[in-house]
Design a protein around this ligand. Structure first.
Ligand code: PMP
Length: 387
């Protein structure tokens, strides 16, 4: 039997990260590959108190109390926003998908950081986006380069992860945030700001959303509860400038009617309780220790092999290798030593901006495993450099 599939489906590639995750979940493998939060830090999910009210269909926009709490939280960050501008999504990944549906036709130009979040590339690619990469520097993207790229490519939107970027860990300075916002306002270019890591913070740094600095340009802000509670709940959210919002809600309706009411009810209860702040503080303490452990282990084992800076928050180290190593081949060797990392290559939106790099997650493995795994990995990489 032959199937006639859409052109969109033919563009689908399997996600390398999901394929690798399957291998790395085997017992005995020390994995720095996925972006997994630590299970032992996830709060207990007690649905007893919320299940009865959550059985019936609910509003597409999300539960009113949760939307109000989210709007309040965003306003606290400086992003002036009302509850009626908030949509609860099935993970922030759904927000990325809705944005893709909203803005992208075949060949639509999109500007993104280079490197950037793999699953956003995968999603926008399915809708037919034509990518243009903005090289990431220590302080964020260069506002002049942004302006030049906007003038040249006229993108439908710019997709940025300004706080503890995936994969690079980069956190934009406040000056860079303001300068980027000024360029977007001047050119009227929509911003899609993806911000799932902002509450995972280990050293002081600027985290005001770029959207908060916009005065004119349309915007969509994406947030998530995955990294700070439990990704299995699949609850995230988006907020947008008022003119875009009704379109996004209609797209959400046609996608899944609404996000699970049980997950929303549990989260509403949890984030309104005193336990939430305590939980965040504890999680950040544990992750800060793991980040420090990885930093010390890298200094011991990777000096001369790679360049990096310790991230101030989020879940990842990004190592730029000094030599031109084939990181996909290196991963295969690493797996035979029971250690895994994420090769940098698929995170680049365009091939000519690629350089050899690794992404290492530090939230999931214990400090002992981090020490051991970084030692193993440096041996693998040293071998690959010699050959
Ligand atoms: N955006 C970025 C930058 C991410 O790293 C992730 C998770 N890896 C997501 C969005 C999606 O997260 P979720 O759907 O679990 O909210």
């Amino acid at each position: 039997m032959t199937h006639r599939l859409s052109r969109r489906t033919e563009r689908l590639t399997s996600s390398l990260i999901r394929d690798i995750l399957q291998i790395t979940q085997q017992p005995g493998v020390i994995s720095f590959a996925g972006g997994l939060p630590a299970e032992e830090l996830m709060p207990d999910l007690d649905f007893d108190a919320c299940a009865a009210d959550s059985r019936q269909y609910g509003p597409s926009e999300g539960e009113p109390r949760l939307r109000a709490l989210i709007a309040q939280g965003l306003s606290g960050l400086g992003l002036r926003c009302q509850a009626d501008q908030v949509l609860v999504t099935t993970g922030s990944q759904q927000g990325i998908d809705l944005v893709g549906k909203l803005f992208i036709d075949e060949g639509t130009p999109v500007l993104l950081e280079s490197p950037t979040y793999l699953a956003a590339l995968q999603c926008f690619r399915v809708y037919g986006a034509a990518f243009h990469g903005l090289p990431l520097q220590v302080e964020g993207i260069d506002p002049d380069a942004l302006k030049a790229a906007i003038v040249r490519h006229r993108p439908a939107f710019v997709y940025l992860i300004p706080s503890f970027q995936n994969p690079s860990g980069c956190c934009y300075t406040d000056a860079a945030r303001r300068a980027v916002a000024a360029v977007l306002d001047e050119t009227g270019t929509p911003l899609v700001e993806d911000d799932p890591y902002r509450d995972l913070v280990y050293s002081p740094c600027d985290r005001t959303p770029v959207c908060a600095y916009l005065e004119r340009a349309p915007w969509v802000y994406l947030g998530s509860f995955s990294k700070i509670t439990a990704p299995g709940l699949r609850v995230g959210y988006l907020a947008s400038s008022p003119a875009l919002f009704p379109w996004i809600v209609r797209l959400k309706q046609s996608s899944d009617l609404h996000t699970s009411r049980i997950g929303q009810a549990w989260l509403t209860h949890f984030i309104a309780s005193d336990d939430f702040e305590k939980h965040l503080a504890h999680m950040n303490g544990v992750y800060a220790e793991r980040r420090n452990t990885m930093q010390f282990a890298l200094v011991r084992h990777f000096s001369g092999l790679a360049e990096w800076s310790a991230p101030a928050g989020g879940l990842f180290f990004w190592l730029r290798l000094v030599e031109d190593v084939d990181t996909l081949a290196a991963l295969k060797v690493a797996l035979t030593h029971d250690v895994a990392f994420m090769p940098g290559e698929p995170f680049f939106p365009v091939a000519d901006q690629r350089y050899p790099a690794l992404r290492l997650n530090f939230s999931h493995a214990t400090p002992e495993k981090i020490e051991q795994g970084i030692g193993l990995l440096s041996e693998v990489l040293s071998q690959c450099c010699e050959t």
